[in-house]
Design a protein around this ligand. Structure first.
Ligand code: HEC
Ligand code: HEC
Ligand code: HEC
Ligand code: HEC
Ligand code: HEC
Ligand code: HEC
Length: 372
């Protein structure tokens, strides 16, 4: 073995010597023409300079996250995210992150089916991790909201649209993000029209779920989605709430008790642990600057009107004591009166979202019932 290696080495050295002695170097040729310039690459993200506009040591992100975790968006969101894969995809827009993103992308009110889905998070409202700059706190959705009610199968509502952009309180149209989900939902062929005679039969089974699904706030705020009068009863009312959703629901940034009850900020709660709305942040304008509006008084007086409508409907045996519709054969006007009642009841603000419209809906309902 050793011998073979030595022989091989001798051959290699001999060949190398012959080759090198044969090669002669000529003079260097002229330089070649410059190559064409390459295309600029896309700019990279500058290290972490974008990230640290949000991920800093100021705990802002941590505070917003803590507030959010005290919201029904977070707790209810986790509880109801199963609706992302339910009822043919008709719940997912409002009850899951994935459904909301799909509806926004497709420009519809349908979130589609998502066998795997996340509940609402920072990523649902904000454009987090899109440009990796602070601009990502912008909203995914700021356009006017074309209402789900326009899809009712017998065409009673058409062209309902709410744009909550306000040059004073919400120039970016952030409230439209809220309204995209906080809008009523109703499908099927039982939508009443108070300008019509005749009746609609609602079975006992259908009655319990009949009416505008929760989320009436966007409709009341925008002054659409209920019935007023009998000529063109579904026309938009023309009244609108003046503040933006965030100017009331996010304007407080305080903990209100020692038991983890949050108001305002990303909890979006208006009420403390006692269930009473907190109006201290409103006082700056509404009492300190001349007591323009008595907010608790306003809610109390509107509650009396809603209770009166409840009593009328109960007296006519259209609803049960809890305010749910009973099965039966109802006239268009009776069913419209119940619809208006459900809308103002599910709004939960007792006129604060839009007092004029709330009162007009109640008056119209009582006129339909003949109890006014
Ligand atoms: C607009 C503000 C903003 C910017 C800019 C930003 N982030 Fe985030 N980041 C967030 C928010 C909000 C969350 C979610 C926090 C939560 O879920 O509680 C998050 C979450 C994260 C997480 C946790 C995992 C996850 O995806 O939820 C990591 C890791 C992260 N960011 C890294 C980065 C890096 C790296 C950059 C820069 C390249 C960056 N972020 C830029 C706001 C930002
Ligand atoms: C992706 C849909 C979606 C968006 C966007 C959204 N919400 Fe909600 N919101 C919901 C749902 C669904 C609930 C009920 C959660 C549950 O019980 O599962 C809710 C609950 C709430 C509640 C608590 C209601 C109660 O009964 O206590 C408030 C207040 C609220 N939202 C305000 C807002 C505001 C203000 C905005 C805009 C900044 C907003 N929401 C944006 C879907 C949404
Ligand atoms: C257009 C948006 C939207 C759609 C679609 C929608 N919901 Fe909701 N839903 C809401 C909002 C907003 C709330 C909370 C309203 C409030 O608290 O005032 C809510 C509340 C609920 C609640 C009450 C939660 C509680 O804590 O009491 C249930 C249950 C529910 N939805 C089930 C469904 C189901 C089932 C579907 C599909 C068949 C559906 N929703 C479709 C917006 C929607
Ligand atoms: C339901 C929609 C919604 C969700 C979910 C949400 N935000 Fe927001 N966020 C808003 C709105 C609306 C504003 C604007 C508030 C204002 O202008 O006063 C805002 C503002 C902010 C700001 C201030 C932005 C700025 O320009 O200074 C931060 C920070 C923030 N959110 C962080 C978060 C984090 C972190 C999460 C998740 C834990 C989150 N948000 C989830 C709606 C939402
Ligand atoms: C002028 C102030 C104001 C504005 C603007 C406002 N809200 Fe409210 N909202 C209230 C008050 C007050 C209540 C009653 C709260 C209570 O009783 O806990 C309420 C109740 C609600 C509730 C039911 C909460 C519950 O505990 O049942 C939801 C959901 C809601 N608002 C969403 C919205 C949305 C979405 C917008 C924008 C379209 C909006 N609000 C605009 C003041 C406001
Ligand atoms: C920066 C000043 C300011 C603050 C803070 C403020 N408001 Fe207002 N609010 C106004 C002005 C201005 C009007 C219009 C008054 C008018 O038309 O006479 C108004 C009108 C209203 C109305 C009448 C209905 C409507 O939408 O126009 C209600 C209800 C209302 N505010 C509730 C609240 C609540 C609840 C808060 C606290 C969460 C609040 N406001 C905080 C300035 C403010």
């Amino acid at each position: 073995m050793k011998k073979i290696n030595q022989v091989l080495l001798l051959i290699v050295v001999a060949v190398a010597t012959v080759l090198s002695s044969c090669t002669k170097e000529g003079p260097q040729g002229p330089p070649g023409a410059d190559g064409t310039n390459g295309l600029d690459g896309t700019n990279g993200i500058d290290g972490t300079s974008g990230c640290i506009t949000c991920h800093t040591n100021d705990t802002d992100l941590a505070m917003k996250t803590t507030q959010f975790k005290k919201s029904l968006h977070y707790t209810g969101g986790a509880e109801h995210v199963g609706y992302a894969n339910y009822a043919g995809g008709s719940c997912s827009m409002c009850h899951s992150h994935n459904g909301f993103m799909q509806a926004v992308e497709d420009g519809t009110n349908s979130g589609g089916l998502h066998p795997e889905a996340a509940a609402m998070s920072c990523y649902t409202c904000h454009e987090i991790h899109t440009s990796y700059t602070r601009e990502d706190y912008g909203m995914h959705y700021t356009d006017a909201v074309n209402f789900y009610l326009n899809e009712n199968d017998n065409g009673v509502f058409t062209g309902l649209e709410v744009d909550a952009t306000s040059q004073y309180s919400d120039p970016e149209g952030m409230s439209n993000t809220c309204i995209k989900c906080h809008q009523p939902r109703h499908r099927g062929t039982t939508q009443p029209d108070p300008s019509l005679d005749g009746t609609i039969v609602i079975s006992d089974g259908a009655a319990a779920h009949w009416g505008p699904h929760y989320g009436a706030q966007g409709a009341i705020f925008g002054g659409v989605g209920g019935y007023i009068g009998t000529t063109d009863p579904t026309a938009p009312s023309g009244t609108k709430g003046h503040h933006s959703c965030k100017s009331c629901h996010m304007s407080f940034n305080s903990l209100t008790g020692n038991y983890g009850s949050y108001v305002g900020g990303h909890s979006m709660n208006m009420s403390g642990s006692d269930g009473e709305p907190v109006f201290t942040a409103c006082d700056e304008c509404h009492t300190d600057r001349g007591a323009t509006i008595d907010l608790p008084g306003k809610m109390a007086s509107n509650k009396i009107l809603i209770d009166a409508l409840h009593a009328d409907l109960l007296g006519l045996q259209i609803i049960d004591a809890d305010g749910h519709l009973l099965g039966g054969t109802w006239t268009h006007k009776q069913l419209s009166a119940y619809w208006n009642y459900a809308l103002v009841k599910n709004d939960h603000s007792y006129g604060i979202h839009n007092e004029q419209y709330t009162q007009d809906l109640i008056n119209a309902a009582r006129t339909y019932l003949g109890t006014n």
